[in-house]
Structures are given as structure tokens and as C-alpha cells.
Ligand binder design. Structure first.
Ligand code: PMP
Length: 443
């Protein structure tokens, strides 16, 4: 009803993904946004991301500098880090951007070996194996570990890379209610023949797959409960720490450290380097035997070009900073800062009356919009005020659970966050997404 919102048309419900996307494009065309001249309405062109966590957006006709509230750059290592960047540049000169070879055919440099040792040490596991892409790590490893005759029990909100890997494995898949240990136990009990000893069951193996921090929910995994259920039913635990490794835990070692779970109780630790480490690629860490097996049995390890050497150096260097091995206390400061920033931002949003999903300490903060028609209004109005937010909707979320997904970084200053809160509050009033009464401001 507000004049500033004219043109933000409501969206029809119950349409297939393709039609929903088409409809968005049509709605966006009505906004006077210079979108029709853009190469693709879905992809903003980002010209640069700076180390003060700003990004420069090129919307084809206008270049705009914005505060970046959507990046996974949790520890601020992604752009021009004083320790990591010079080392990555040196590696680029020495090894070139690509090894141009698969791991078995000359693509294993000294850096790859160092990286795998460094990741295993950091995670407290015997060994690790790395891949050039986080997505591929899940989708290529699950089919190697599981197959016909085995059972995968997957959280209902697991990432698409897990879903694809599970489907590709040929294993039977059961889904348990998101982050609900009691439902996981019910599913496990159903899968094990009544009255039989626990070891006598129709499955070759059972694996429970969960995430450390759910990327669309900002929620921490109920890992202690899940691990103890898996022990009881002799099921393997596969934990995807894409959003939690480096981002939470006193020394950045993820949800195991934060929630007091011994990594020995998690059989397979998976994670990506694209978030806290500001690089690219993914890893699996586990027992020596498991990793040795994966090295020879996983086609994505044998046949794909190995992870880019400068990217590998970026990961090694950022882990050194986290551990204080660069001779400074920057790592500890970053970890303290992301925690302080996340908890400050979350509590301020809640005080304003927003519905914010997720748990304390999590840097992922979805603000519920619900109606997908509010997405363009919210993101456009924030962008007008130089704040870039990421909005997510169907098919990444259920159709009527659209949200803005804020990612907080250690690189955000208090001034950045205060500015962002002012903008989000103003736009939130405009779009009508403060679902709770605001807390009165202290004098
Ligand atoms: N797992 C989870 C939980 C993710 O959120 C993502 C992507 N954000 C991936 C895996 C894939 O990682 P990458 O983007 O590094 O390929």
C-alpha cells in the first residue's frame, strides 16, 4: 500500500520452480530496475570485494559500493589478508593457477600434501583428503562410502550437495525431521528389525548425515544428542561443517569444539574452504584407513584436476593465522570478533521485532520475510541504501518461508553493523516484516 512499494507485485503460489523464476523476472522488469539490459537478472556482477568487507556491484548501468552482508567470508580472510595474500601470490608465481593435472598424474604438489596434513592436524583426525570444490566433496564422496544395501539417514534440510550425493550412491535414503534427535531415533528404530539384537539388521551400514550449522536456518546441529543416538544404534556419523568450521568454537574447530563433542565420535568430518578460509575446495577428514581408501576409490580424486595451488596456500596460511602460527594474535582476535559481531547483530534484530532464525554464536542469521513477494522489495530497498543482502526462497526454502540470509563476518566493524541495523530496520518497517513488538529502547 505504500507508494514506495508500488510495483512489488504479489507472487502466485503453487507454481513450478521454473515458472516462479520466470515470474520473478517479470516482476523485476516492472521495477524500473535496469535489469532488462543486464546479461542475466539472477546474477549481479560483483566487480570487487575489499578487505573491509565491502563489495562493488555492477548492475550493468550503475556501479555501487555496498556493505556486504551476504558473504561467507566469516573470518575476513577472503580479500587482501596481510599474511595469506602475499603467500598465495608467491604460490601463483611458483606453481601457476592450476596444477593442470589430476592427483595421480602429477597434480600432487608439495602443497597438496602439506594442506592435507594441516587440515587433519587442525581437525584432530588421522588424515584428510582435499577436493577442488566443496559441492563435489559431498556429491562424490557419499557414493563411494555408501551404495546398494546401505542406508543413509539424512536431515530434512541438508544441503543440495548432500542430497545429490546420497541419491547418486544408490543407497536407501530416509529423511528425519530437521535437527530432531527423537525423530532420528524413531527412524533408526524402524530400520532395525523389532526384537533382533542391534547388530542384526538388514543394512550393510547405516550413516546419519547432518550439518554443523544449517546454511538456510543459521541453526547449530544438536550434535551431542545425535552422536549418542548413532553410538547406540551403531550408525556412522557424517558431519558437513561448511558453515561452522573456522566460524565457531574457541579455536575455530567448529561445532564439535563449541558443543563439546569429541571428534573421535564423528566418523567423517566434511567441510569447505570457501567460507572461513576465504579460498575454495572441500575436505574429508577421518581415520587413516578411511582416507587411504578414498584416495584410490573416489573417481573425483583420481580423475579431477587437483585443487588450485594458490587456493591451497590460502587455506594453509589462514589455518596458520587461526592457530597463531603466523606469530600474531590475529586469529584469536578474529574468532572473538565474529562471535561478538554475530551475537550483537542477532540480539539487536530481535529487539527490533524481526523474526530471526538460528542460534547464538552462529554467524548465519536468516530474517524471515515469509511471502516471496517481499523479497525484491526488501533486497532492492536495502541496496538503495548501500547494504547488499542475500535473499533466499523456493526451491532453496519452502515456498512460503522466504527469508533474507545475513552472514556476519569478523571483518565487519561495529559502525558497519550499526549502519546495517538502521537500514534493515527502516526497510523492515516499509516491507512489514517486524512480526514481534519491538523492545523499548533503553534511555
Ligand atoms: N555444504 C554446505 C552445507 C553448503 O552450504 C555448501 C555451499 N554453501 C556446500 C556444501 C558446497 O560448498 P562449496 O560452495 O564450497 O562448493
Amino acid at each position: 500500500s505504500k507508494s514506495s512499494l508500488q510495483g512489488y507485485a504479489p507472487i502466485c503460489l503453487g507454481l513450478e520452480d521454473f515458472y516462479v523464476r520466470r515470474l520473478y523476472l517479470r516482476i523485476q522488469d516492472c521495477f524500473n530496475r535496469p535489469i532488462s539490459s543486464s546479461p542475466d537478472a539472477w546474477f549481479d556482477l560483483v566487480e570487487r570485494v575489499s578487505n573491509d568487507n565491502n563489495k562493488t556491484l555492477n548492475r550493468t548501468t550503475r556501479v555501487k559500493r555496498c556493505l556486504n552482508l551476504g558473504s561467507y567470508n566469516y573470518l575476513g580472510f577472503a580479500a587482501a589478508d596481510e599474511y595469506c595474500t602475499p603467500r598465495a601470490i608467491e604460490t601463483l608465481k611458483k606453481f601457476s593457477p592450476s596444477s593442470c593435472s589430476s592427483r595421480v598424474d602429477g597434480g600432487t604438489t608439495t602443497l597438496h600434501v602439506e594442506l592435507e596434513k594441516c587440515v587433519a592436524n587442525f581437525l584432530g583426525k588421522d588424515a584428510a583428503i582435499v577436493f577442488g570444490m566443496g559441492y563435489v566433496t559431498n556429491s562424490a564422496i557419499l557414493p563411494v562410502l555408501m551404495g546398494k544395501g546401505s542406508l543413509i539417514i539424512s536431515d530434512s534440510l541438508n544441503h543440495n550437495s548432500i542430497v545429490n550425493g546420497a541419491r547418486g550412491s544408490g543407497a536407501t535414503i530416509r529423511v528425519f525431521q530437521h535437527n530432531t534427535p527423537s525423530h532420528l531415533e524413531k527412524v533408526l528404530r524402524e530400520q532395525i528389525a523389532e526384537g533382533q539384537p542391534r547388530t542384526h539388521r538388514p543394512w550393510k551400514k547405516i550413516m546419519v548425515v547432518v550439518e554443523g550449522i544449517y546454511s538456510m536456518e543459521g541453526e547449530l546441529c544438536k550434535l551431542p544428542e545425535i552422536v549418542s543416538i548413532c553410538k547406540k544404534y551403531k550408525a556412522y556419523v557424517y558431519l558437513d561443517e561448511a558453515h561452522s568450521i573456522g566460524a565457531v568454537g574457541k579455536t575455530g574447530r567448529g561445532v564439535c569444539e563449541l558443543l563439546g563433542v569429541d571428534t573421535a565420535d564423528v566418523d567423517i568430518l566434511m567441510g569447505t574452504f570457501t567460507k572461513s578460509f576465504g579460498s575454495c575446495g572441500g575436505y574429508i577428514a577421518g581415520s587413516k584407513d578411511l582416507i587411504e581408501y578414498l584416495k584410490y576409490a573416489c573417481p573425483a580424486h583420481l580423475y579431477a584436476t587437483s585443487i588450485s595451488p594458490p587456493a591451497a596456500e590460502q587455506i594453509i596460511s589462514s589455518i596458520k593465522v587461526i592457530l597463531g602460527e603466523d606469530g600474531s594474535s590475529r586469529g584469536a582476535q578474529k574468532l572473538a570478533k565474529i562471535r561478538e559481531n554475530s551475537n550483537f547483530f542477532r540480539s539487536e534484530l530481535q529487539k527490533m521485532g524481526f523474526e530471526v532464525l538460528g542460534d547464538n554464536d552462529s554467524p548465519v542469521m536468516p530474517i524471515m520475510l515469509y511471502n516471496p513477494a517481499k523479497i525484491p522489495a526488501f533486497s532492492r530497498e536495502c541496496l538503495k541504501r548501500n547494504v547488499a543482502v542475500v535473499t533466499v526462497a523456493f526451491p532453496a526454502t519452502p515456498l512460503l518461508l522466504a527469508r533474507a540470509r545475513i552472514c556476519i563476518s569478523a571483518a565487519h566493524t561495529r559502525e558497519d553493523l550499526v549502519k546495517a541495523l538502521e537500514v534493515i530496520s527502516e526497510v523492515g518497517d516499509m516491507v512489514g516484516i517486524k512480526y514481534f513488538p519491538a523492545e523499548p529502547k533503553k534511555q
